[in-house]
Design a protein around this ligand. Structure first.
Ligand code: NDP
Ligand code: MG
Length: 382
């Protein structure tokens, strides 16, 4: 097998760690050309040294810092607007695991390179909407979804068991699945990021606690697989062994079972399934009882809101996503409470579209304009 030339965006994050774990166990198959982070340069340098990586990217413009780095040893990309230049002719696979919407323009450039991209960042897919698949198809860019639910669907859809009916994605239910409403009102940052199953970055952990993550994933599925909102379901499955199902008109549903370990979906970006045996992931179903439970949408209104946003279409998914990112930051900074994240999202989406017309097939300029309006008018109470 020829060595795969790989560039990893977001190498210092949780997805980055899983990607690097796969690479470290299979060194002879990889040449990591470049890695990036936001500001965690010390961790980035450690990774670069350990894998002999030549290109590094970070968002740290201060010259002092870059001078301190060994300029001879590394080719440095000193701002996210330069990160695309890390890709060379020989790059085979790009891992897109930056968090958040700040990477949107970078992704837009990468989609036009005709490479294979493993994408974990759901925020960018949602904000690009229909354009995500349109652009990647136009430039023959191959997309492998890394989000566990979407990765399952991606593989399941390669088989056909009848006339397609719908998909179902599962949710663990997050840390508050058994909490009362009264408790939710007082949730702290530390409680919100304590996920029972997955070890993830701060933003996605808070999204999981509010179940905004599942609402975002429903929209992510819409754009990845070109689905209508009535073809997308979400249910709770606390054991996180089944990540998604594909349902057919004939009553058959298909699923892949695997332990909640992100290295499994990520491995499928690099290898055929037979190389996954390296991980200690043997599944003993006799030791688990599998539960599938309907989501209480009164307790987790994010799901209802997600459906209404999908139906609205146009700019609405981006607006929902952008406002969520802002509100999560306000929660982290103790400016709003936990339940306010979804509550103010709904209020603000309504305000946005009472003052601005929705744009169907929005361009990046439309997103920027609406972001500016939201920045100037975000309502979080008096
Ligand atoms: P983390 O917060 O752990 O990591 C985020 C990574 O992105 C870090 O390398 C960080 O650098 C980098 N980054 C953050 N902001 C910027 C920026 N402005 N410019 C450049 N780089 C930036 O997040 P996760 O790894 O958990 O998640 C990454 C993405 O994958 C998210 O979009 C998430 O929704 C998605 N995802 C994650 C899953 C998981 O299990 N973790 C599962 C499914 C999807 P630095 O270290 O310097 O801050
Ligand atoms: Mg997921």
């Amino acid at each position: 097998m020829k060595k795969m030339n790989v560039v990893i965006y977001g190498a210092t994050g949780n997805i980055g760690r899983s990607v690097l774990s796969i690479i470290r166990k299979n060194k002879k198959f990889f040449n990591v050309e470049g890695i990036t982070c936001n500001t965690n340069v010390s961790k980035l340098l450690k990774i670069a040294d350990s894998l002999n990586i030549k290109k590094i990217g970070f968002n740290e413009k201060s010259l002092k810092r870059s001078v301190r780095l060994n300029q001879k040893k590394f080719e440095i990309f000193n701002d996210i607007s330069d990160y695309e230049k890390m890709i060379s002719k020989k790059t085979d696979i790009i891992v897109f695991a930056n968090s958040g919407l700040s990477s949107l323009e970078l992704l837009l450039k990468l989609l036009k390179l005709g490479k294979k991209i493993g994408i974990a960042n759901k925020e960018c897919i949602i904000s690009m909407g229909d354009n995500f698949k349109k652009i990647s198809n136009k430039y023959s860019t191959e997309i492998v979804p890394l989000d566990s639910e979407h990765n399952s669907i991606y593989h399941l859809l390669k088989q056909n068991y009848g006339k397609f009916k719908s998909i179902t994605i599962t949710a663990t239910g997050g840390p508050f699945i058994n909490s009362k409403m009264e408790t939710l009102k007082k949730v702290t940052f530390a409680e919100a990021i304590k996920h029972p199953v997955w070890k993830m970055g701060t933003k996605i952990s808070i999204d999981s606690a509010t179940m905004m993550n599942k609402a975002l994933e429903m929209i992510e599925a819409k754009y990845l697989f070109n689905l209508e909102s009535n073809e997308i379901n979400a249910i709770i499955h606390p054991q996180a062994l089944v990540h998604a199902l594909v349902n057919y008109e004939n009553g058959i549903s298909t699923a892949i079972f695997n332990k909640p370990d992100m290295r499994i979906p990520i491995s499928s970006l690099f290898f055929k399934f037979d190389r996954f045996k390296n991980f200690n992931n043997n599944l003993d179903l006799t030791k688990k009882s599998l539960e599938f439970i309907q989501i209480d949408t009164n307790k987790f209104p994010a799901i209802k809101l997600g459906y209404s946003i999908m139906k609205q279409g146009g700019l609405a998914p981006h607006v929902f996503n952008y406002i969520n990112e802002k509100l999560v930051n306000l929660f982290i900074n103790k400016r709003i409470g936990f339940l306010d994240i979804v509550k103010y999202n709904e209020i603000n989406v309504e305000r946005v579209f009472s003052k601005n017309t929705n744009v169907y097939n929005p361009k990046i300029e439309d997103l920027k304009n609406i972001n500016q309006w939201i920045d100037n008018n975000l309502y979080i109470g008096n």
